[in-house]
Design a protein around this ligand. Structure first.
Ligand SMILES: Cc1cc2nc3c(=O)[nH]c(=O)nc-3n(C[C@H](O)[C@H](O)[C@H](O)COP(=O)(O)O)c2cc1C
Length: 187
C-alpha cells in the first residue's frame, strides 16, 4: 500500500477545500492511503513514511504562505540534510484571490514550493494541459482555485477547480504507486 501525504495552510477554508478535493482524488486510486494534515502538524516521520507528498498553499502577498514555508525551513531542511526524500513523488496546488486569470502570485507560490521539492530530490508531477477543466483551474505546475472574482468579490473556489484538484491527486497517487519501494537515485 502506498501513502500520499497532503499538507496545506488555510485561513478562510478555500485552500482547505482544494486540499480535500486533492485528498478525494488520492483516495480514488486503489492501493493508496491519503493522509491529510495542516503544514504545522506535519512531522519528519509523516514525510518519510510517504511515497508522495502534495504541498498546498494560499497565495499571500504574491507568494507562498508563511506556515508552509516554516514547515519547509524546519522539517524539510532536516530531511534535505539526510537525503531522506530522494525519489519520492510530489506536486503542488494553490488558492488565490487576486487579479489576473490565476490570481496575482499563484505561479510564484507554486514555483517556490516546486523549487523546494526539487531541492529535496523529489520527482515533480506536473498537470497535463488535457486535464478536464484545465482552463478553469489548471497551470502546468498544478491546480489553482480562485476564491475571488474579477472585482475581488469573494466567490469561493469553483467546482471546475476542485475537479482539477481531484485529478491531480489521482495522478500523484498513481505516480506514488509507481515509485513505492523503488530506488530511483543511487549515491
Ligand atoms: C494576507 C493575505 C495576502 C494575500 N495576498 C494575495 C496575493 O498576493 N495574491 C492573491 O491572488 N491572493 C492573495 N490573497 C487572497 C488569498 O490567497 C485567497 O483568498 C485564498 O483563497 C485564501 O485561502 P484560504 O481561504 O485557504 O485562507 C491574500 C490573502 C491574505 C489574507
Amino acid at each position: 500500500m502506498a501513502q500520499v501525504l497532503i499538507l496545506y495552510a488555510s485561513d478562510y477554508g478555500n485552500t482547505e477545500k482544494m486540499a480535500n478535493a486533492v485528498t478525494d482524488g488520492v483516495n480514488s486510486v486503489e492501493g493508496v492511503t491519503a493522509v491529510l494534515k495542516k503544514a504545522e502538524e506535519v512531522s519528519a516521520d509523516d514525510m518519510t513514511t510517504s511515497d508522495g507528498v502534495i504541498f498546498g498553499s494560499p497565495v499571500h502577498m504574491g507568494a507562498v504562505d508563511w506556515r508552509v514555508k516554516k514547515f519547509i525551513d524546519t522539517v524539510c531542511s532536516g530531511l534535505w540534510m539526510k537525503n531522506l526524500m530522494n525519489g519520492r513523488v510530489a506536486g503542488v496546488f494553490t488558492s488565490g484571490g487576486g487579479f489576473g486569470g490565476a490570481g496575482g502570485g499563484t505561479e510564484v507560490a507554486m514555483l517556490s514550493m516546486l523549487n523546494n521539492i526539487a531541492e529535496l530530490g523529489m520527482l515533480i508531477v506536473p498537470l497535463p494541459k488535457n486535464t478536464p477543466n484545465y482552463k478553469k483551474g489548471g497551470l502546468h505546475w498544478g491546480p489553482y482555485g480562485r476564491s475571488a472574482d474579477e472585482d475581488m468579490e469573494h466567490v469561493g473556489v469553483s467546482e471546475e477547480a476542485l475537479s482539477v484538484a481531484r485529478q491531480h491527486g489521482a495522478n500523484i497517487a498513481r505516480a506514488a504507486i509507481a515509485v513505492a519501494g523503488k530506488t530511483i537515485f543511487t549515491a
